[in-house]
Write a protein that binds this ligand. Structure first.
Ligand code: M6R
Length: 629
């Protein structure tokens, strides 16, 4: 979704801002813009569409300014056009603002500002901010002993309701950029005589490894010499920059055609890294506690739940959206199977407005690759407010989620650039196995030998994934036969039901083919009506408790002439008798099978989408992290 960047230093700002904005492209956007201070004048350049449109403007105008802010906008209030693109200025054209998030009371503020004689030209909620600062600045210049612009910003932001991050420049102070964070994410990067700003630290990490994260309700005054932090009352906050590990955040396709394909292939390594962090050896107890250096992360990290708390959990409530929600559904099967604790999984956006039935014996787990998904964060904070214990599973230790809980498991996937989640899904599911085994160890729920066996099985999974990935060419040939389909059904039972949902989501996200996932037993209760010879049905069938029943459900589809595809185990002769196409997987314990069965489905979606010529890394209408409810 929206992205904020900034630069201040000896170099020309425009190329740096563009380079920062490029790092944020993966988040999804529909317009982009910059504001620079060129020879003492504020200059705003912005354009709807891809960054290349903004680049053309910058090539034309060739600004030489060395200070500026930039933005990629994903439209929420007002259509994606030039006018609504950020930055937004005030009536005097001297203050420019870029904004992520939503100003919930913008309509009231807009009415007030208009009545006071301001002219607002866009349909956005953002524009009120520049006009509020304009008003406050006029007053502060007369009233304030201190710094008028800083005080004006403090006063203006106190009037805003909602969650937001802001970047602000004023031509009156070309030596500074201001950054404001309120329940959002914003980081300042400190270089040698230059400073950077970004809502996603990935954009800054290409230039420096010294980062300062703005916490809740903070303002940073950024100069070439560093950043001074204040709360909204102007109280100085002393915080030093943290040195971060830049490697996992290098954005590169590494020779792959698409980020998506690269990320599918990265799963064995991200799984090994994620599990390896918590499981040293199957013989040793799992350790989720924070490590001294924060695990090399920029942000909170580690689980601080005490043994007493872990023993007191009576119920687990998982909140998440999209793919992360399906990882949570797999988590339910895992936690219930290993720990015997009842688990509910909620679509995070469905939590709002409902009576919270949680208490201090409930552990609420938010699962979010980005750690920024507004629906997930809202559901999570409601659970916290209801008194539940809380824990996050995220790929971004520097995210908002990491700020609002003391208990964080971090998936070690490195940056996931493709909008469609792949490696984050398997790493999230891996976290659920680790967590379940951790709880089982702490609560002595299983004999040590069984826990040892389960850990061993889990640690073998990346090697099984590698075997599937080595069959990529076969999967490609098998997949593109189905590229002309208009509808596809995915079904699985038990722990592979969430995989069916994820398979369907992947296909529709990147190929735009309509696809639905079902619990295999549900097919006969309705969806079977849509089946005919034109509809491929993908069945996930692995040996285990639900094998027979899943095969019966597949037979029901076959009897309706559907095109039959399976993800099935090597050497499964019964499957061979039913399915036209089989994506074979190695033998795997049913309990761990989602980590394996999902891979052929990811590859199938990728190959179909690529065959159809779709923009697989940035599918239409989608954003990588959805920061509005
Ligand atoms: O960053 P999050 O994991 O919270 O994102 C949640 C969903 O928006 C995300 O999983 C979405 O469904 C992806 N596009 C899936 O490919």
């Amino acid at each position: 979704m929206c992205g904020i960047v900034g630069y201040l230093g000896p170099s020309k700002a425009a190329p740096v801002l563009l380079s920062e904005l490029r790092c944020l492209e993966y988040r999804g956007y529909d317009s982009a813009g910059v504001a620079v201070i060129e020879s003492g004048e504020l200059v705003v350049l912005k354009a709807a569409g891809k960054l290349s449109n903004l680049e053309t403007l910058l090539t034309d105008k060739k600004p030489t300014a060395t200070v500026g802010i930039g933005h990629t906008r994903w439209a929420t209030h007002g259509i994606p056009n030039d006018e609504n693109a950020h930055p937004h200025t005030d009536c005097t054209g001297t203050i420019a603002v870029v904004h992520n998030g939503i100003i919930e009371n913008y309509q009231a503020l807009c009415a007030e500002l208009t009545a006071a004689g301001h002219t607002l030209v866009s349909q956005t909620d953002t524009e009120v901010v520049s006009h509020l600062i304009e008003d406050e600045y006029k007053k502060c210049v007369l009233e304030c002993n201190g710094d008028a612009l800083l005080v004006a910003i403090e006063r203006a932001v106190k009037r805003l309701e909602g969650a937001y991050a802001l970047g602000i420049v004023s031509q009156k102070h070309p030596e500074r950029i201001y950054a404001v964070n309120h329940n959002y994410s914003l980081s300042v990067g400190l270089g040698d005589g230059e400073s950077f700003l970004a809502s996603d630290s990935v954009a800054v990490r290409q230039f420096t490894n010294k980062l300062i994260r703005l916490e809740q309700s903070e303002i940073a005054e950024v100069t070439v010499n560093g950043a001074r932090l204040f709360d909204f009352n102007g109280t100085f906050i002393d915080r030093q920059a943290i040195e971060v590990d830049m490697n996992p955040y290098i954005i590169s396709k590494d020779g792959y055609r698409h980020f998506l394909l690269k990320e599918i292939h990265e799963q064995p390594i991200s799984m090994r890294q994620t599990m390896g962090k918590y499981i040293n050896h199957p013989d040793k107890p799992i350790d989720l506690r924070p490590t001294e250096n924060g695990g090399g992360h920029f942000g909170n990290y580690g689980v601080n739940l005490t043994e007493t708390q872990l023993k007191s959990i009576e119920r687990i409530n998982i909140v998440a959206c999209g793919t992360a929600n399906y990882a949570g559904m797999a988590g339910k099967y895992i936690l219930e199977e290993i720990c015997g604790i009842p688990v509910d999984v909620e679509i995070a956006s469905e939590v709002r407005g409902r009576k919270p039935l949680l208490n201090d014996k409930t552990l609420c787990i938010a699962v979010s690759q980005s750690g920024e998904t507004a629906d997930t964060l809202a559901a999570f904070t409601e659970a916290q407010a209801a008194g539940a214990m809380s824990m996050g599973i995220t790929n971004r230790a520097d995210s908002h989620l990491s700020r609002i809980t003391d208990n964080l498991m971090v998936t070690e996937c490195g940056i996931e650039v493709s909008v469609a989640a792949t490696k984050s899904f398997t790493a999230q599911v891996a976290c659920f196995y680790v967590l379940a085994l951790y709880i089982a160890e702490t609560r002595k729920l299983l004999p040590p030998a069984e826990i040892f066996r389960l850990k061993q099985q889990l640690l073998l999974v990346p090697a099984l994934q590698e075997r599937i990935l080595s069959q990529e060419k076969i999967i490609q040939q098998q997949s593109i036969k189905y590229a002309e389909a208009h509808d596809m059904l995915f079904m699985g039972r038990g722990i592979n039901y969430p995989v069916a949902l994820e398979g369907a989501l992947k296909l529709k996200e990147i190929s735009y083919i309509h696809a639905s996932g079902y619990a295999a037993g549900e097919l006969k209760h309705g969806p079977i009506a849509v089946l005919d010879a034109k509809v491929p049905v993908v069945t996930i069938v692995v040996p285990g408790k639900v094998y027979e029943k899943t095969l019966s459900n597949a037979q029901e589809a076959k009897a309706r002439n559907a095109q039959m595809i399976a993800v099935a185990t090597e050497g499964d002769d019964r499957a061979k008798g039913i399915f036209d196409t089989i994506f074979t997987i190695p033998q795997v314990d049913e309990l761990f099978s989602p980590l394996v069965t999902v891979l052929p489905l990811q590859l199938m979606s990728y190959f179909i989408a690529d065959y159809l010529g779709k923009d697989v890394d940035q599918p239409r209408n989608l954003a990588k992290s959805v920061t509005v409810e």
